[in-house]
Design a protein around this ligand. Structure first.
Ligand code: GDP
Ligand code: ADP
Ligand code: 5GP
Length: 208
């Protein structure tokens, strides 16, 4: 594979921190970033569309995909399996596309082993109490699921220093602008710009 010019953004957050809402807002502002659609064995929530929010598959299908090596990473999260398609990621990187993975911390660690240059972004809630309020307010999960997600949140926050960027989702608009800034700043890194702008820089060099 030639040197890709695309960035890999990995967004991790405790469940309920606002990751899905913030990523949707980012993609609205920056449509050239493409979201990786994960495979998942969990049941679709009301309003979720197969192929848009997730590729919903059963356990047997997921297991055969693991055996075929179809996943760049996969993990068990709150009792369900989630995985990122390896062929899809490689096809996008091959054409220099910026991609974004909305995955859990275990998946983030696996991806960073394959792509150390991937940019890790952690979305933090302003407090555990607010996280609980949002999970309940979303009204998509059972009491048991909410308890499990809150218990994991503390452990996830303990690993926060492993990420390149931390965005606190207190005021949504501020968090949205912070996330957009991270994406824009990374696109302007000179290692990337030098490759993207090679023809223009060469012309200016010759002219000057
Ligand atoms: P929410 O994002 O917390 O509302 O809940 P989801 O059910 O959509 O996601 C559950 C967990 O699975 C989250 O921690 C996600 O980041 C994680 N997840 C989603 N897709 C993937 C994936 O492809 N790979 C891995 N490893 N984790 C994923
Ligand atoms: P995640 O994908 O991290 O689980 P969601 O994007 O589903 O989180 O957000 C969880 C809930 O919190 C949703 O009901 C969402 O509307 C709400 N929410 C997200 N960001 C904020 C915010 N800054 N202030 C208040 N509520 C928020
Ligand atoms: P939910 O079930 O609420 O949609 O997601 C729960 C968690 O699973 C979230 O933290 C989400 O980021 C994570 N998740 C979703 N897709 C993937 C994936 O493909 N891989 C991994 N490792 N985690 C995922």
């Amino acid at each position: 594979m030639s040197q890709p010019t695309g960035n890999i953004f990995i967004v991790v957050a405790p469940s309920g921190a606002g990751k899905t809402s913030l990523v949707a807002a980012l993609l609205d502002a920056e449509p050239s970033v493409e979201l990786s659609i994960s495979y998942s064995t969990r049941a679709a929530r009301k309003g979720e569309v197969d192929g848009k929010h997730y590729h919903f598959v059963d356990q047997a299908t997921f297991k055969s995909m693991i055996e075929r090596g179809d996943f760049l990473e996969y993990a068990e999260v709150y009792g369900n399996y989630y995985g990122t398609s390896a062929p899809w990621i490689r096809s996008r990187l091959d054409v220099g596309q910026d991609i974004l993975l909305e995955i859990d911390w275990q998946g983030a660690e696996q991806v960073r082993k394959v792509f150390p240059e991937a940019i890790g972004i952690f979305i933090a809630p302003p407090s555990i109490e607010e996280l609980e309020r949002r999970l309940r307010g979303r009204a998509t999960d059972s009491e048991d699921v909410i308890r499990r997600r809150l218990a994991s949140a503390r452990a996830e926050i303990d690993k926060i220093s492993e990420y390149d960027y931390i965005v606190v989702n207190d005021d949504f608009e501020r968090a949205r602008l912070d996330l957009i800034s991270v994406v824009r700043a990374n696109r302007l890194r000179s290692a990337i710009q030098c490759r993207k702008l090679a023809p223009m820089l060469a012309r200016m060099g010759q002219g000057g």
